[in-house]
Design a protein around this ligand. Structure first.
Ligand code: SF4
Ligand code: SF4
Length: 522
């Protein structure tokens, strides 16, 4: 635990303790940059007894205090939008014609399709998933290069649901102080009722979260009806139960421990970040030495400096992970900006400039210490590289989706025999042709073979002939394999291998699909 946290605890016996292990590099850096730090925040280096410390520390409950301000408003907006999308998206309809599902976003496992509004992904197109994962990873890296763990602070499902659960808890158990007092009281009927009510609403939200999840895998209105009448598939109830449990446990009980101990992203982003990334930062140059208003006045009277930080601990009390950001960079900090709002409110009350805590870069901390001007560099090699990869992969996927076909054909030449000499001297080759119809309607295709001008084509099991070409019928969303015989009366050179092109064309019109093979002679 950093010394800063220790001071936080000293200021209020019930104040939250820092749950994460402070980044030592950050603390050492802080020590070098802020030689005039008050003893309360002076970083400590590990001592020889550190290895005697237990690896496990019991969780100290955090009571985040309500705060208002710019970043809190942004978080509310993100919470409403993301949860609104998650819970209601399955009910949005999208007309795809008579034989296709009308749900805008649907993972249709029996039909082996993923529908996203006008986009339809087939199972053989998993490379789109790869593309999406690359874009998601690069977007995360880009966010990190620009503004640190901004994903964690605003958009991560763990953050969003925990925020919602904390809000419910605050409505029922009261804000920080009231909740702290209540938790110290014996279990009265009122306290039991409040606690039961809180857990009931947590479970309701968790259940709704699990319920919304399964709606992405079936027609939502139908599944809701089936769930209510206990006619839904057993798997649906199992998944709802699992997600109810995980949401309740992760957002209700484990909260900041998921971010601090379980999630790998803080460690990854610590390796990815650089000195130009914006991170929530306490401005040592302004804040130190910390002093109450009275003490600051006394110090000034004696011609001594006093920082803007009045050590009120508001920034610590509002922190959802219990971090004292004044102790330097910390793996527990999810960069939510709530401490900025809290400190800004304090600064406004005491008539000092805002943003004593602010999104700032490591390089600016150094510059300010050395009396140099602050500057920001958002356009850097890494941010440009991430943006280029996102645009490139996105463009390739868009082009591929826009130009892809609804049908396909493949051909395999018979392995044995390679050719057959008929009684009239003609040569015949056999092929297995597979026609794929990816549409939701049945289609008839005409088959043409180019490469041998006088070739006779016979499709075993063909549905007839149209315009002199054999017709092949393929059901909706199906593929069909047919045997094709190609016969020529031409006299071929010994060892001849003549390229052939097999072309299928939808009889109702459209563009042709082709596949290549060879006609082999003796
Ligand atoms: S230190 Fe500030 S930015 Fe970091 S998690 Fe706590 S409140 Fe959010
Ligand atoms: S809220 Fe601001 S003034 Fe109060 S302890 Fe935190 S940094 Fe200092």
């Amino acid at each position: 635990m950093g010394a800063g946290s220790a001071s936080a605890l000293a200021g209020d016996a019930a104040a939250p303790a820092e749950p994460g292990q402070p980044a030592l590099a950050g603390l050492v850096e802080a020590a070098q940059l802020a030689p005039h730090l008050s003893p309360a925040v002076e970083p400590q280096l590990p001592d020889d007894n550190a290895e005697d410390e237990p690896l496990y520390a019991a969780r100290k409950k955090i009571y985040p205090q309500h705060v208002t301000g710019t970043f809190r408003r942004i978080k509310w907006a993100v919470l409403v939008v993301t949860l609104g999308v998650y819970y209601f998206l399955p009910f949005i309809r999208w007309d795809r014609g008579p034989n296709a599902p009308s749900q805008a976003v649907l993972i249709d496992i029996p039909g082996r399709r993923f529908y996203f509004f006008f986009i339809e992904i087939w199972p053989q197109e998993v490379y789109y998933l790869t593309g999406l994962l690359i874009i998601a990873a690069m977007t995360l890296f880009l966010m990190n290069a620009l503004a640190g763990r901004v994903w964690c602070g605003y958009l991560c499902p763990q953050t969003v649901w925990t925020d919602l659960f904390v809000t419910i808890e605050r409505w029922i158990e009261g804000d920080r102080r009231e909740h702290l007092l209540r938790d110290r009281q014996p279990w009265t009927f009122e306290r039991i009722a409040r606690s039961a009510s809180k857990h009931f609403w947590w479970l309701m939200i968790a259940w709704w979260t699990g319920g919304a999840w399964v709606l992405y895998f079936a027609d939502a209105p139908t599944l809701v009806k089936d769930l209510a009448t206990f006619q839904a598939p057993f798997a649906a109830y199992v998944f709802i139960g699992l997600l109810t449990f995980t949401t309740y446990a992760l957002a209700g009980w484990m909260r900041e421990q998921v971010c601090v101990y379980m999630c790998p992203w803080p460690r990854i982003q610590a390796a990815l970040t650089d000195e130009f990334a914006l991170n929530v930062t306490y401005r040592y140059d302004r804040g130190e030495p910390r002093a109450s208003l009275k003490k600051a006045a006394a110090l000034h009277e004696h011609g001594q400096p006093a920082g803007d930080c009045i050590d009120c601990l508001q920034c610590v009390h509002v922190c959802p992970t219990g971090v004292d950001i004044r102790g330097g960079s910390n793996l527990g900090c999810i960069q939510c900006g709530l401490c900025i709002d809290a400190c800004d409110a304090v600064m406004a009350k005491i008539g000092r400039p805002a943003r004593l805590i602010a999104y700032d870069t490591d390089v600016n901390i150094k510059n300010r210490q050395q009396g140099k001007p602050a500057f920001y560099r958002l356009v850097r090699t890494r941010t440009v590289l991430y943006a280029v990869i996102i645009v490139l992969v996105g463009s390739i996927m868009t082009y591929s989706l826009a130009t892809r076909r609804n049908d396909a054909v493949s051909v395999i030449h018979d392995r044995n025999p390679l050719f057959v000499r008929l009684s009239d001297g003609a040569l015949r080759n056999g092929y297995a042709i597979r026609v794929l119809n990816k549409t939701h309607d049945s289609q008839s295709y005409t088959l043409k073979v180019a490469g041998l001008p006088d070739a006779e084509i016979e499709v075993i099991g063909s549905e007839g002939v149209s315009g002199g070409s054999p017709l092949i019928y393929v059901g909706p969303d199906q593929s069909r394999e047919m045997r094709v015989l190609v016969t020529t009366h031409q006299k071929l050179d010994p060892g001849a291998s003549i390229p052939l092109t097999f072309t299928v064309m939808p009889a109702a019109g459209g563009t042709a699909a082709s596949a290549a093979d060879h006609f082999l002679g003796p």
